[in-house]
Each structure stands twice: as C-alpha cells, then as structure tokens.
Design a binder for this molecule. Sequence first.
Ligand SMILES: [Zn+2]
Length: 438
Amino acid sequence: MRFWSLHPGHLDPRGLVRPAPGAVLALAALATLAGGPAASPTPAIATSPPDTVLRVTFLDVGQGDAVLLQAPEGQTALIDAGREDIVPLLRELGVEQIDLMVATHPHADHIGGMRGVIESIPVRFFMDNGEPHTTATYRGLIGALEARPEITYLEATPRTISLGSATLEVLPLLPRGTAEHNDRSITIVLRFGDFTGLLSGDSEVRQLTHLVGLGVVPELTLLKAPHHGSDNGFTWDFLRVARPRVVVISVGRNSYGHPRQAALDAYAATAGETWRTDRDGHLEVRGYEDGTFAVLRGDAVASARGAGRTWVGATAAAGVVGAATAASSGSGLRIRVHADAPGNDHQNPNGEYAVLENTASAPVAIAGWRLCDLANHCFRFPAGTVIAGGGRIVVHTGIGQPDGERYYMGRRQAVWNNGGDTATLYDEQGATVVVFSY
Ligand SMILES: [Zn+2]
C-alpha cells in the first residue's frame, strides 16, 4: 500500500492543489486514533473484540444530503454537507478531522454547508466533479478551499480510495458538458468486507442508465436513494441490478414532492426496508464485514457515536467517557440472530437464538425492554436483566430456565425467519434502541 503524501502537486484551473496523476490514494491510519485493544483502559474492553464496523451516517439536514462515513480505524469521509451549517452537528458526533470531503455536484443542498466545515475542521482531501457552477454558494466554497492550500484537490475520475479497511470506488462520470449537474453526481461504491453501499447524490435516470450499462453497479446492502427519493432518481433496471437490502432517503420539507410515491413503491418492492431522514431523523447504518447491517435512528445516533469512540479513542479517558454515554442509552448494544437451528427449526426452537452484545464498558440494564421480530413476536426482559460491560446475553426461542446469561422466549415454534428477518430492541418506553436486519 502506498500512502499519499501531502506535498503539493499540480494546480487545477481553479488554483486548487492536485496530486500527481495516477497516484494511489490511501488514507493512512491516523496516529492519534490508532489505539486498539492493547491500549484499552479496562480488562472488560481488552477481552472484547474491536467494534469492526463501517458507520454510514445520514445526517438529518432537511432537504439535502450530508453523509458521514467512519472507518473502523477512525478515518472519516464526508459526502456532501447539506445546505446549512453542519459544524455543530459534526462536533456533537465527535468528528475532529475529515480525511476526504466529496461534493457530489455543486447544488446548494449538497455544498451549502461545506464552507463552514472547511473553515472549522481540518480537511485533508477534497473531491468534486470538476465542473464549476455560477452560484455565490459555489464561489464561496472555492474561496474557502483556496484559503486552505493544505487541502489536496482530487477530481472524480475513476479511482479507488482506501478509508481504513473500507474502500470507496469512484465510478465513471458522464463526460463534462454532456449532462446537467444532477446527472454528473459523483457516485461512490462503498465496500467493507461483504457490505456494499452506493451513494450517488442527485443522479437521475440518464446517469443511472449509464452506470447500469457500464456494468459497474454491484448488488448492494445499502442504497442512498438518488435525488432525495424523486421519481427520476430510480429505474427498475437499476434496482433489479442493485437489489438493495436497505434504502435511506435523505429528504426534508420541499416543494418538489420528494420523496415521490412511485419511488417509495419501487423501494418497497425491491428493498427489505426504507428509512427517511424527514421521519426518522439521523440514520446510522452500521455495516459489518459479513454483509449484515444494523440501523440506528434519531438521538441514538449521536450517543452511539460515543460508543464507537470507545474503540478508536486515543486515550483511556476518552474510551471511558464514550462508554458511559453509550450505556446510559443502551446504544452500545448490538444484536445478532442465529436463525437457522440444527435440524427442523420448529422442532428445535432453542437451536435458534439472538445474541445481544454490549460493546460499551459500562453495564446496561434492560429490564422491561422488548426484543421483537418483524412479525412482532416479542420477548420482554424480566426485572433485574443487565448486560455487563463488554458482555453478552443470549435469547433462545424455546422454553428454559433463565440464568442471567441465557433467556428463553418460551415459544414452541421457531420465530426467526431463516430467509431474512429484523430484530428490534425497544426500551421500556417503546423507543427503538437498535435494529438488526439480515
Ligand atoms: Zn439535492
């Protein structure tokens, strides 16, 4: 692997610093965020596996896009930045540096918040589609970049960028001058093990058709709905190839009718679940290397990011603070489901089980909380149920005697669908704590 150096390269026509052509870009592990289990503050954390998850957070920025990517090793990319100032939100999420900032296309609902970010948070690389725009917002962004010569400019030519152990593939664009801005949105395929995602700004039918024709659209775990769920932001051919398991629509109050019913129907017909920032707030999709994912919603996202810092934090103190934040809301919890029991599932309901892991170091009390499948078969945790810091409990489907580590739903038939299901953990008030789909 070649690590990119920050020596100034070529200048592009706008005066932005470019790297030499043909260079391989790898965003190296940040020295200050390189702490692993060896640097963990307590034995509980030291004996737990690192939280190897790619976090893809769709910030609720109203009508617009702002997607934060965080690699397991701590590297951060920001794909678009909404229309307004998102700096307070990024600070709340613990973002201290942005390794790569991408402007998918120069419309204000995607680049409006970038100037503030550039002026407040260190940014290492900036990528756009190379096509200027005439607006004051765009000129303000270029001005902010020119004032920061330490930021290296990248044009979105096809390339692969390493973000820690995740990769970002930049797909080919329609040639400059041949399409409107939306149809020249930078399109990125995310890969983290078997987890795949696609982010494509405001792509419309023409660009999606182009990408399908090139054969560069993979089967997806996660799709960011192109163009805020517009009916020109999907094609059936695209969805047949992409077959997303989860779709996230970044949308707010608008006069365009986004999201359109035709798009919602198409996503409902092809994806297992669809989430919307206008209804669900911030949405964090946690991608795991085995291709599974979990979705956190609303306020759980910010406190969950605290839990993530347990694993990438530079100091023991940071880890403990992060863990305490997570434990208070239970959002350091993670669910896995082992749906396929040995033999006939219905004759062996204890052969299938759900595992609740506490990735934080502080214990979480879950008495009165419910674990439910998609068909709303639920199990309520009895008084006194606690998941130790770094610990786990197992919930079997069948009948048995709970012992504080193993619980039993008391059912005589299988609950978890082998072909795919959703496990949701609700707290005592019925608020969603964590969702796991497979
Ligand atoms: Zn837009």
